[in-house]
Design a protein around this ligand. Sequence first.
Ligand code: 5AD
Ligand code: SF4
Ligand code: FES
Length: 367
Amino acid sequence: MNIKMSRISAILEQSSFTHPDLKQLLQCDGDERHLLFKKSGEVKDLYVGNKVYFRGLIEFSNVCDKNCYYCGIRRSNLSVRRYNLTDSEILDAARFADENKFGSVVLQSGENSSIAFADRITNLVRQIKQLSNGKLGITLSVGEQSESVYRRWFEAGAHRYLLRIETANQSLYQKIHPNDSLHDFHHRLDCLHSLKYLGYQTGTGVMIGLPFQTTGDLANDLLFFLHFGIDMVGMGPYIEHSQTPLYAFRNELLPIQERFDLSLKMIAVLRILMKDINIAAATALQAIDPLGREKGVKVGANIIMPNITPGLYRNDYSLYENKPCIDEEPAQCKGCLDARIALADGEIGYGEWGDSIYFIKKKDKEG
Ligand code: 5AD
Ligand code: SF4
Ligand code: FES
């Protein structure tokens, strides 16, 4: 073993990690990278096992009040065909998830902070609980809201919430968002704290390979997840979209394959750092590599979010270009994923919520 490799294997044996340790792990390549992935695979097997849980993703509306500089469905992109599924389309998708034993669904949309929107979500959560006899778990991913709205949704039956911090570096956050009260880093953090306080299983995540982002930033993102005590993480490569302001910086990005590779390393290092949390293999991985999500599962992820939005609308929820599965119907994706997960040596946790073990242990300690 050469010096570099033995340094990496020494770090991998540690039980805690400094910022420089994490940076070194994120920078490793060749044989060292192989060591990292071997270790993260072992940690995953030991702490969360080889089960992969499905979250049926319903992208129910691409209408968004915000204007994030990286996102294809930002408010100012006038070439997007906006849609909003009807309640009965959403409930049909939830029924599909229930009948196919997905265990849980994620309701995702652009951001909207109106009272009508809050009421609508409350009703949908109640109805999904009802139609599945309480069997379907419900995750919400509908952005920043007031604590009282988050509370209402929790009381209606939602028990997990996803709100990506996008980057834990405030000055980078400000570079990739407009600087106004609608895009305030501290407000986003406050929302994450409210969600945790209210008792949601709380998920966050970042984009990997953003313009101006350094490996040091990514190491800090990992430490942010650790110190916050996050229950779930979904993170994936940044993919430039031609109808967004950040596209102007496309020549400063890492090559797309390197962004993909760095995303796999982020998943692997996070699995070693936070051994029993839930980690999603982001769909953006598959926009780059046809086997992207399976590779994510191999190195540490244990959650996949199959898109169960009715086929008609899938093309219009384009946060980034090259989104996979836009021509498939939910049933086709399910068949496809069954085969894919088997190939990645995984087993699908059908009919299970697949809660974060980290979250369950934390509750047990408190209770
Ligand atoms: N590339 C990759 N991910 C993106 N997201 C938005 N735009 C992009 C992009 N261009 C991610 C953000 C957001 C999530 C719903 O999608 O992290 O939180
Ligand atoms: Fe809206 Fe989310 Fe896109 Fe930002 S990333 S513009 S909040 S959909
Ligand atoms: Fe959608 Fe394979 S997962 S077609």
